[in-house]
Write a protein of this length. Structure first.
Lengths: 228, 228
């Protein structure tokens, strides 16, 4: 889906700039401002290298946003109970949901001091909340935007997969280790246990083929010196 | 694990305050400062209701941090290739890793303009990176902290599970719907298809028992009016 970030009645220009920056960090550029504060030098300073996002931000009424969008996502700093207006949709699932839909998804953030009003939340298709400590749940708006946009972006662009060494590579590494243990006269009755230990360590650390080669290079060097 | 956030050579006091705030948002309080800038009014303003985190921050040398910690986690804005110093550990897995270990985990953030030096990264057990758009990968330090701490916190405190209605509840709802379709003379040959459609919609939306009751209340009301 096309992601649009909508700031409704933002009060502090620095936050508008900071939100623009974090949008660009995660590859989003569609910023819409509903009745914003004035944007001056501080907004632009906080936007850093996201001046383009700030400069191309559209001014709209909330009605225009609601009419054009396919999915309205409200945000709230206070999650409500199940049946309430603020009953949250799991943030961890939002990215998956969006990756399966087509159209415009508008993520609404309310004013820093008040959040979205009940009237606006009423219009939202889903409401999300960043789960925080109960002791201090109020996040800065750009921090909340960072977490929500990260969460969406990471669900839509899965992490690069890492190629691990083959089982045969690992077997050869263990065989090589076993030979070195023999050459250094490591107590025979302890060898099996140590090898199993090393096997498990390798399994946990998900060695790549090149890492296996590096380790075997070290083993070969040990053998070379032992034989001198 | 006990999470400690370590800011190494932070340059802007506002960022130190903002990091303190986001730490408290996610329930963390151990802030360590290595060679920080002066912390004045702006740092305290950005910390908002996390004054305690800022006030109890410890000043340490990097050496002291390295000696006391069980796991040193470096952060970098630029992920490196596999074999390099900046080869990142998957952020999505870090929280799980931490939840399975005991001791102190120190998350190091470098200076805003330079990040952690190669010398410091060399000391780190793992390096993490927030995956960003290649067009603008440089995040504000407090935004990066927000994402990383959120990621850790959400892995260590799993989301509340939602109780969905029983299959029998849903069957009764569908049966009730079927009766209403009959009463309104909905074309018989289309009923099965519509009911299946509704069944799938219910399945996707994970109705709670109380939501099923609400919907059945509406159906009963329809029947009541039809029979008048």
């Amino acid at each position: 889906m096309d992601i649009e970030v909508v700031l409704v009645n933002p009060v502090y220009e620095g936050n508008v700039g900071a939100v623009a920056r974090v949008m660009k960090n995660f590859g989003y550029s569609e910023l819409t401002l509903v009745n914003p504060c004035e944007l001056g030098a501080f907004a632009h300073a906080m936007a850093s290298h996201a001046q383009d996002v700030l400069d191309t931000a559209r001014r709209k009424t909330l009605e225009d946003v609601l009419v054009a969008s396919n999915l309205i996502i409200g945000t709230t700093g206070i999650a409500g109970s199940r049946a309430s207006l603020r009953a949250p949709y799991q943030l961890a699932r939002l990215g998956v949901k969006l990756s399966e839909m087509r159209g415009i998804a508008s993520i609404l953030f309310g004013a820093e001091d008040q959040g979205l009003s009940n009237e606006v939340l009423q219009e939202c298709d889903v409401v999300v909340n960043v789960e925080t400590s109960a002791k201090y749940p109020v996040m800065n708006i750009s921090h909340a935007a960072a977490v929500i946009l990260y969460s969406i972006a990471s669900a839509t662009t899965p992490a690069e997969r890492r190629t691990v060494a083959t089982h045969a590579d690992l077997d050869r590494l263990l065989q090589h280790t076993s030979e070195v243990l023999e050459e250094i006269d490591f107590p025979a009755h302890k060898r099996r246990r140590v090898l199993l230990n090393i096997k498990r360590i390798c399994g946990r650390s998900e060695l790549s083929s090149s890492e296996v080669r590096t380790l075997r290079g070290v083993l070969s060097r040990i053998e070379l010196r032992l034989r001198r």
